[in-house]
Write a protein that binds this ligand. Structure first.
Ligand code: SF4
Length: 445
């Protein structure tokens, strides 16, 4: 079913305007439903017909699928839009490092340990690789299960088991089936056996076919077998073809034209000479599971940062907790710098202060995640909250002076902050990169 427009939804509502859904009118509720910001069951007066229609219309057009169990498990699908500027993308793709089952056990453990432990902290968030894909290149059930055992001996990471041979797959699942690995791949030739295994071990299943029509046909067959936790393998040796396929599948899914294509996308990015390009394309254009060879440090960093940027909700800036933050070991005469709780602002200033080697204090106030310039322009940064923060975080006892350095972009507030707080205000630089020079030249407790 195609998504309904607000007025179409409104026609299905009881029009009591009783506010029990939490909205002032039925029309407001209809607009929220259309935008995916409310659920039909919030209205207690819907009749069965309206429930059925609205339920189908507001359900995410791409199936939710979970891979793995425990802390490192991850969820895919539930995407609602084609383009990130329409609404945020929901679940970032999982990056799965591939190892062949012919690799020596020690090397498998080494790579798995690296994937388990690698972390890149950026803007206060830990970015990680997601798991391991084990390729059955030996064709041997014994070799395959041995490789899965080697992975499992060092980490409880989500896994992709890759074989089109149901016998090998069952051997691998015999080791890791309780940990909900992704089974890859069912084809038109083996789907009944693979569906049997997916049901037996309650695992998601990736399906593969040459064309989108054939893939839609295969997903319908799997649904008939009782398996609907699917991923669509859209891998092709041609990057151009991959981009065309992922874009087409997302269009079919979000417009609900082809429900049989309403599943997350699997891409095997380990294509000779093109792996980095496949990975970037997969992150930017609708991939949900990306399989790749072990990545070099520069490539993995770039990829994780790209993924973080694309999957950060632009309507919800990353925020840090307001408070008094110490840089180094500040004494009673340390400078105090006012900042906002927009993470990018905070971590940028923190980085430059650390580099300056001047022990200092950052007084961070709650601007709802807005940057200094935006907070000043919108009135979210005001003298009253600075006064309140000074009292709340006991700044008067942390330092012996009464001087506050405010960001250059907050200069219009300097007089009002001074009057409200009684602290002498120094207007700092607009650019955090100039803070070391500023402290050197201007700071005297
Ligand atoms: S609860 Fe239902 S009837 Fe009442 S205002 Fe909300 S949508 Fe309208």
């Amino acid at each position: 079913m195609a998504s309904l427009k607000p007025l179409d939804i409104y026609k299905l509502l009881p029009k009591k305007n009783c506010k029990e859904c939490g909205d002032p009118t039925c029309l407001t509720f209809a607009m929220k439903l259309a935008g995916g910001k409310a659920q039909p069951d919030q209205c207690p007066y819907l009749d069965e017909n309206a429930k059925a229609i609205l339920g189908a219309s507001t359900r995410p057009p791409i199936q939710k699928v979970k891979i793995g169990v425990g802390e490192r498990s991850f969820t895919l699908g539930e995407e609602m839009v084609q383009y990130r500027h329409e609404k945020t993308f929901i679940h970032e793709p999982g990056i799965m490092t591939a190892i062949p089952d012919t690799m020596p056990g020690d090397r498998i453990k080494e790579i798995t340990t690296d994937v388990r432990d690698y972390v890149l902290t950026r803007i206060g968030t830990d970015l990680r690789l997601n798991g391991i894909a084990i390729r059955c290149e030996s064709g041997s059930p014994g070799e395959f299960s041995r490789a899965v055992e080697a992975v499992e001996s060092v980490a409880d990471l989500p896994e992709v088991l890759m074989s089109t041979d149901p016998v090998c797959m069952e051997a691998g699942l015999g080791v890791s089936g309780n940990y909900r690995p992704l089974i890859h791949a069912a084809t038109h030739e083996n789907y009944q056996e693979m569906c049997r295994l997916a049901k037996k071990f309650s695992c998601p299943l990736a399906i593969r076919a040459d064309t989108l029509d054939s893939l839609a046909d295969l997903s319908s067959k799997c649904a008939t077998e009782g398996v609907s936790n699917l991923l669509l393998d859209l891998t092709s040796p041609s990057l151009h073809e991959v981009l065309n396929r992922t874009t087409a599948v997302r269009q079919h899914a979000v417009t609900r034209q082809t429900p049989a294509l309403g599943y997350p996308v699997f891409l095997d990015c380990a294509q000779p000479g093109l792996e980095d390009a496949f990975l970037v394309t997969g992150v930017a254009k609708f991939g949900s599971v990306l399989v790749c060879n072990p990545l070099s440090q520069p490539v993995r960093k770039a990829l994780l940062v790209l993924r973080q940027n694309i999957y950060t909700d632009p309507q919800k800036p990353i925020q840090i907790t307001p408070g008094l933050y110490r840089i180094g070991s500040p004494g009673k005469d340390a400078p105090v710098l006012l900042s906002v709780n927009f993470s990018l602002t905070f971590f940028t200033l923190q980085g430059y202060l650390e580099a300056s080697r001047v022990p200092s204090l950052m007084l961070v106030v709650d601007t709802e995640g807005l940057s200094v310039l935006t907070a000043v322009a919108s009135g979210k940064l005001q003298e009253a909250m600075v006064k309140e923060a000074i009292a709340k975080f006991d700044l008067g006892n942390a330092v012996s002076h009464r001087k506050l350095i405010i960001p250059g972009y907050a200069a219009p507030l300097s007089g009002r902050i001074e009057d409200a707080t009684g602290w002498k205000v120094l207007v700092g630089p607009r650019d955090a990169a100039d803070i070391a020079e500023f402290l050197l030249q201007e700071w005297k407790p």
